[in-house]
Design a protein around this ligand. Structure first.
Ligand SMILES: [Zn+2]
Length: 240
């Protein structure tokens, strides 16, 4: 499914402009800032990393919060507005436990070929929902599927949102817990932003147990390597 999406994107982008490679990079490249301001990792001189969870809140988020509380690890959750409206109490619990909540759009659409107004409305609706539910407007935005598109920069600027991609992706929507752990351990380094999922787009009761089990195993292993865990805002705004 994902690889198919990748092929389709490459094709549409290549047909859209002659410089297809540049276009694909601008839309999906993790360090691209062609269409919107974006970061994908923290400083390399800090032995710290950020765990991020997309597509929540879901019914499984509370189980993940228990793991994070037990380990006393802060994380960053990129929530969809529609999921927050479905499960507002869970979003509030994420907030109460000291985690950061970012904007992951309202309904998790693919943004390519969308009008700037559609993009603006998606980001704005999620921003307003999260702010009204938790009391705090997000400072961070992660584009669904990592797809950036013209119009996103203006929408982010209007809402004062910094884009956040990732340096490590867990592929946790298809791997088992052991494989997720192995994959992340092989790829993390100083300043890593790790992308995982506590939801599946807008699906109710998503099967994200492998992710939660992977996080349960992963945190002690990363602690043993001396890593410090921070929210994305802490990681990219080092004051020490
Ligand atoms: Zn997502």
């Amino acid at each position: 499914m994902r690889s198919m999406v990748g092929v389709v994107e490459a094709a549409v982008c290549a047909s859209l402009c002659g410089g297809g490679a540049v276009m694909v990079y601008g839309v999906r490249g993790r360090s691209a800032t062609v269409f919107a301001p974006s970061v994908y990792r923290g400083p390399a001189n800090q032995h710290a990393l950020a765990l991020t969870f997309d597509d929540g809140p879901s019914e499984a988020t509370l189980d993940l919060l228990e793991v994070l509380s037990f380990e006393q690890v802060p994380a960053t959750f990129f929530h969809c507005g529609a999921n927050v409206r479905r499960l507002p109490e869970i979003a509030r619990e994420v907030q109460r436990r000291g985690h950061e909540i970012g904007n992951h759009s309202d309904t998790h659409p693919r943004f390519y070929f969308r009008q700037p107004q559609f993009i603006r409305e998606e980001l704005t609706r999620a921003q307003e929902t999260i702010a009204a539910t938790t009391g705090i407007p997000p400072a961070l935005f992660r584009a669904p599927f990592g797809i950036r598109w013209p119009g996103m920069r203006a929408a982010q600027n209007k809402l004062h949102l910094l884009g956040v991609m990732w340096s490590v992706i867990g592929r946790d929507w298809k791997l088992d817990a052991a494989s997720i752990v192995q994959r992340i351990l092989r790829r993390v380094d100083n300043g890593a932003i790790v992308c995982l999922h506590d939801g599946r787009e807008l699906e109710p009761r998503p099967a994200v147990e492998p992710t939660i089990e992977a996080v349960r195993r992963l945190i002690p292993l990363l602690k043993a390597q001396g890593y410090r865990f921070e929210t994305v805002s802490q990681l990219i705004c080092q004051t020490n």
